[in-house]
Ligand binder design. Sequence first.
Ligand code: SAH
Length: 248
Amino acid sequence: MIGIMAAMHEELNRIVALLENISEEKVARKKVYSGYLNNQKVVVVFSGWGKVAAATTSTMLIERYAIKQLIFTGVAGAIPSHLNIGDIVIGTSFVQHDMDCADVLGIKRFEIPLLSLTEIPSSQSMQQKANNAVQKYLTDDIKTDVKKEELAYLNIETPSIHNGLIASGDQFINSSEKQQELLKALPELLAVEMEGAAVAQVAHEYGLPFIVIRIISDKANEDSHIDFPRFIEKVASHFTAGIIRHMV
Ligand code: SAH
């Protein structure tokens, strides 16, 4: 069984629409959808927003549905200026940017207390699968799947794929000051969001292979000119469902 967690309802709906033999169950205030995708048994759920929601939801999938792999999808803010809206980030490692024990007991900034870890890597084989799936989506499907005028409205030509570090914290980052501070502290950082590193910690503790795929929705600064709901509904959710279809 593969677990799929989506951070946006629009993405979740499009993934659920791909399922066959679907059944649903309500667990801990969340609707959990079980079914088959490409003849593979999957369980799909909305992750919630923030690290606690992502941690409880992934734990629930592991404990109750005995998932053997976890795929997480959502949107994220870009940190370096060469990343653009519509680009796809595949997380290879994850850090909690708001974890700070302030050197008390010798624990450094970003270090997860008692795990003695700062960055948690995702599964290499799932990174490879995700790269192949994204590549296939961009080559074969994007033109028929997403309206030309929606891509043009967002100035998206060909989205590029980036592999690297993602930082998560319980905060929507929308100031260049905070963005620059994070880039200084974590020079390799590609994107910020609110769930990935929590999923990574749970997966690490349970020994579960996982991957996080994020579509860039904003530049983590003040000028968020785009129509967020329109971007999610008309663009990002299509990317996500298409990528998942190629991955599973
Ligand atoms: N503003 C949106 C809400 C997005 S909420 C709205 O009103 O609908 C948060 C989701 O966006 C989370 O899943 C988070 O991981 C992701 N996200 C996207 N850009 C982000 C950023 N710049 N900082 C933090 N999280 C971000």
